[in-house]
Design a protein around this ligand. Structure first.
Ligand SMILES: Nc1nc2c(ncn2[C@@H]2O[C@H](COP(=O)(O)OP(=O)(O)O)[C@@H](O)[C@H]2O)c(=O)[nH]1
Ligand SMILES: [Mg+2]
Length: 213
């Protein structure tokens, strides 16, 4: 079915996910099924990635939320169909940050995941999640720099904004913008307050529509 990229559902208020379908858990090179434009999502364990994915997918249990994350290095793929007709393949990368020995974020990824980020023909960008309460995260900043080096667009998203009093939110967003040296302020989201979810869908749609560089 060739879904038209219609104007229907085009405003921030209206854009939503109509369906979300699990595609595959990919554990090795050469296993990637072809499909629509891909967007990867990554963050430290416990950053709120599964909760956000469920909110983006409009589902309660597509991605498992947990306090005891597994150690799997698989990439979980699932396809979103948006109300605008756009299809996006979400690529859920393993969480990081549990290794006892400090490593850079990139080194903590298996060669399979690095290869995916560097070589996937459909990958249009990466959503990098940061807990809004966390201090400067050199690992994540270095990772974002590397993504820019390999010419992958990156969207920084501050999670759990509801944990900050409203008066402190702007300051944290401004600090993250400086830390990551961003042209535009990063997006703050909260699954609890349903804050920023529709905006993130919009940014994802924009990235997915962009031609691969
Ligand atoms: N306050 C708050 N807590 C959240 C939010 N999103 C997730 N959490 C909590 O953060 C913890 C980790 O969430 P999870 O989605 O499993 O994170 P993951 O390890 O990155 O997949 C859980 O206790 C969630 O309930 C949010 O928007 N606000
Ligand atoms: Mg999770």
């Amino acid at each position: 079915m060739a879904a038209p990229a219609s104007k229907k559902g085009g405003s921030a208020k209206d854009l939503r996910t109509i369906s979300a379908d699990f595609v595959a858990a990919v554990g090795g090179p050469g296993e990637f099924p072809s499909g629509p434009a891909e967007i990867a999502i990554v963050g430290r364990s416990n950053v709120g990635k599964s909760s956000l994915l469920n909110a983006l997918a409009n589902r309660h249990s597509l991605a498992r939320t947990s306090k005891t994350p597994g150690r799997t290095q698989a990439i979980i793929l699932f396809d979103l169909l948006l109300s605008s007709g756009d299809k996006i393949r979400m690529c859920d990368l393993p969480g990081f940050g549990h290794a006892k020995v400090a490593k850079t974020l990139r080194e903590s990824f298996s060669p399979m995941i690095q290869k995916f980020l560097e070589e996937s023909k459909e990958l249009r960008g990466v959503i990098l999640l940061q807990d809004c309460r966390r201090d400067v995260d050199e690992d994540a900043i270095g990772f974002a720099e590397w993504l820019r080096e390999i010419q992958l667009p990156v969207v920084i998203v501050a999670t759990k904004m509801d944990e900050l009093p409203k008066t402190k939110r702007g300051g944290v967003i401004a600090r993250l913008q400086r830390d990551f040296d961003l042209e535009h302020p990063p997006l703050g989201v909260s699954v609890r307050e349903n804050l920023g979810i529709a905006d993130l869908l919009h940014q994802m749609r924009r990235m997915a529509r962009q031609a691969k560089v």
